[in-house]
Design a protein around this ligand. Structure first.
Ligand code: SAT
Ligand code: MN
Length: 587
């Protein structure tokens, strides 16, 4: 008798009509065959075997270079359950309309069946998925980003539980591109894209959109967070989860080379994009990284800004849409001061004297196995996860937000996360540099009504005996001259050190209407050349700016109607009141 998995694969094949079906085992030999297929297709090349062993460069279709939110849908039975921040399509309509696009979509192609695990083998927090796809690029990317093959099949054989995901490149026409989630069925359909979060269905589709729905049902959290450990001079490691929107430096932060290494503060890497968190038997919130690799933004990365990333991506790495030097090494803007001669751009064209950059696509990426991070934590695959002491929200705010502040308590921290905003980057298609509200960095990833999601956060706070403290950081504040005030990268460890010291009750802070900011001299600035004037500007809380922000947040919250938890409305009103008090004290 056929298993539920075999039945589902059979049904997918009847619909998409591939010429053959290949069940993937995740082996090296299989990956090598995929690479051979890709090379023959002509959009993929091998990189320099000596400097970059086992690395390839893949060039995606020029219309398919980033996640596309306009064509991403939550197909819940009731429209209200998707909420005002998601696109919604009725499940029957979705199955009809997009089902028609899947009819025969794999004709003449191979269907690869990729069983995978999100989470470490043997962890109670781990979940299984199966992606069928006609893209060998997706298969070898999934092989890095998840645990694929036998480990996953074994588990599915035992439990018969898996999230099915049907993916086809279709004809790559953006007008026939759809990424659909059926949360009640726990099913994913994606057609017309071969790129990143649109096509590697374990990542945003499963580990965030479907998982956020599962997490609310089952009492845990699926969040858009990196996970890192900060080791102090005594060897104690404190773990933190940080939620920033796409392309705000999560990978850099997770793989940071600490500027305070010489005094014993080291950063350990556990995850760069997604955290699944659950209350542990010790009463702390425990996090695992459901992924097994990093899909990071390449441009801007170099030996100075992040030597750990540069070291990690020297081998076994898939580069997507970067440029290539004459000696077949990957290159992108910001890697070296000068553009190398004899360069090939991300579309495979020779760069000539008259060519205008950027030569690597601004959202070009590396896909690298997590264990290649030089400072991978010894606990990164611990089945119990790691206890989280601090949750950090952040985004790009050129003007408003101080370098760091601490919320008053969990409920206020949820308000801080819910009112988060960031100036947009190239990770999604659309305008760059526009401020957009992005609650908990989950705007494109929350699989249900955002008001209910806020409520779930509030409920979780009550369910965690020892909840993490909640902070907000902003590495991107600019001075009047338009330049960044804070050097960022490895220097960010100074902020993490203050955060850990706040958690243990040691560091000094000053209370402001928005929360606690570091007191004068509370941040360790030894060895950093930064003026007192810049530090003042970095930590300043401008009441007038915040009053405007509080109003905007109030208007934003109106969107969620009666599903906005009343606690959050109260937090917004209290913020305004505290700001008014400060303003009237001044006059
Ligand atoms: O393309 S992805 O969605 O995987 C990357 C990102 O936006 O974080
Ligand atoms: Mn992300």
């Amino acid at each position: 008798m056929a298993t539920p998995l075999e039945e589902w694969v059979e049904k997918a094949a009847q619909k998409t009509k591939p010429k053959q079906i290949v069940w993937c085992d995740g082996s090296e030999a299989e990956a090598e065959r995929m690479v051979e297929t890709l090379l023959a297709e002509g959009r993929t090349v091998r990189l320099n075997e000596r400097t970059h062993p086992n690395c390839i460069l893949h060039r995606s279709d020029p219309s398919d270079v980033a996640r596309t939110e306009q064509i991403t849908f939550i197909c819940s039975r009731r429209k209200e359950d998707a909420g005002p921040t998601n696109n919604w399509m009725a499940p029957e309509e979705a199955k009809q309309k997009v089902g028609a696009l899947f009819d025969g979509a794999m004709a003449g192609r191979t269907m690869y069946v990729v069983p995978y695990l999100m989470g470490p083998v043997g962890s109670p927090m781990t979940r299984a998925g199966v992606e069928v796809t006609d893209s060998p690029y997706v298969v070898i990317s999934m092989r890095i980003m998840a645990r694929i093959g036998k480990v996953a099949l074994d588990r599915i054989d035992k439990t018969n539980e898996f999230v099915p995901g049907l993916h086809s490149m279709g004809d790559l026409n953006p007008s026939r591109r759809y990424v659909l989630h059926f949360p009640e069925e726990k099913l994913i359909w994606s057609i017309g894209s071969g790129y990143g979060g649109n096509a590697l269905l374990g990542k945003k589709c499963f580990a965030l959109r479907i998982a956020s729905w599962m997490a609310r049902e089952q009492g845990w959290m699926a969040e858009h967070t990196l996970i890192l450990g900060l080791e102090d001079p005594s060897g104690k490691v404190s773990y933190m989860a940080a939620a920033f929107p796409s392309a705000c430096g999560k990978t850099n932060m997770a793989m940071m080379v600490s500027a305070l290494e010489n005094v014993g503060y080291r950063v350990q890497t556990l995850g760069d994009d997604i955290g699944w968190m659950q209350v542990g038997s010790d009463g702390y919130l425990h996090a695992i990284n459901p992924e097994a690799g990093f899909f990071g933004v390449a441009p801007g990365t170099n030996e100075q800004t992040n030597p750990n990333v540069m070291a990690a991506i020297q081998k076994n790495t898939i580069f997507t849409n970067v440029a290539m030097t004459g000696s077949r090494e990957p290159w992108w803007e910001g890697m070296t001061a000068e553009t190398p001669r004899d360069l090939t751009d991300w579309q495979g064209n020779k760069v000539t004297a008259g060519s205008k950059g950027p030569f690597a696509h601004p959202n070009s990426r590396f896909t690298v196995p997590a264990p290649q991070a030089p400072r991978i934590s010894p606990k990164w695959e611990d089945p119990a996860g790691v206890p989280i002491s601090a949750i950090i929200f952040g985004g790009r705010r050129a003007r408003l937000a101080p370098l760091v502040y601490e919320s008053f308590n969990w409920q206020h921290g949820v308000f801080v996360g819910a009112s988060m905003a960031s100036e947009t980057t190239a990770a999604i298609t659309g305008a760059v540099g526009v401020t957009r509200r992005d609650p908990m960095a989950m705007l494109p990833f929350c699989g249900y009504h955002m008001g209910d999601y806020f409520q779930h956060w509030l409920d979780m706070g009550r369910a965690i005996p020892h909840p993490p403290k909640i902070f907000h950081v902003n590495w991107f504040r600019k001075g009047a001259d338009g330049k960044f005030l804070w050097p960022g990268f490895g220097e960010n460890v100074r902020v993490l050190k203050w955060i850990v010291e706040r958690v243990s009750g040691k560091a000094h802070a000053e209370e402001t209407p928005i929360g606690f900011v570091p007191a004068k001299r509370a941040l360790t600035l030894d060895g950093l050349n930064i003026s007192a004037e810049n530090m003042d500007q970095l930590l300043r809380v401008e009441a007038a700016d915040w009053q405007k922000e509080a109003e905007e947040v109030g208007t934003y919250f109106d969107k969620f109607g009666d599903r906005l938890p009343k606690e959050l409305r109260a937090e917004q009103v209290h913020l305004s009141e505290r700001l008014n008090l400060v303003a009237s004290a001044k006059t």
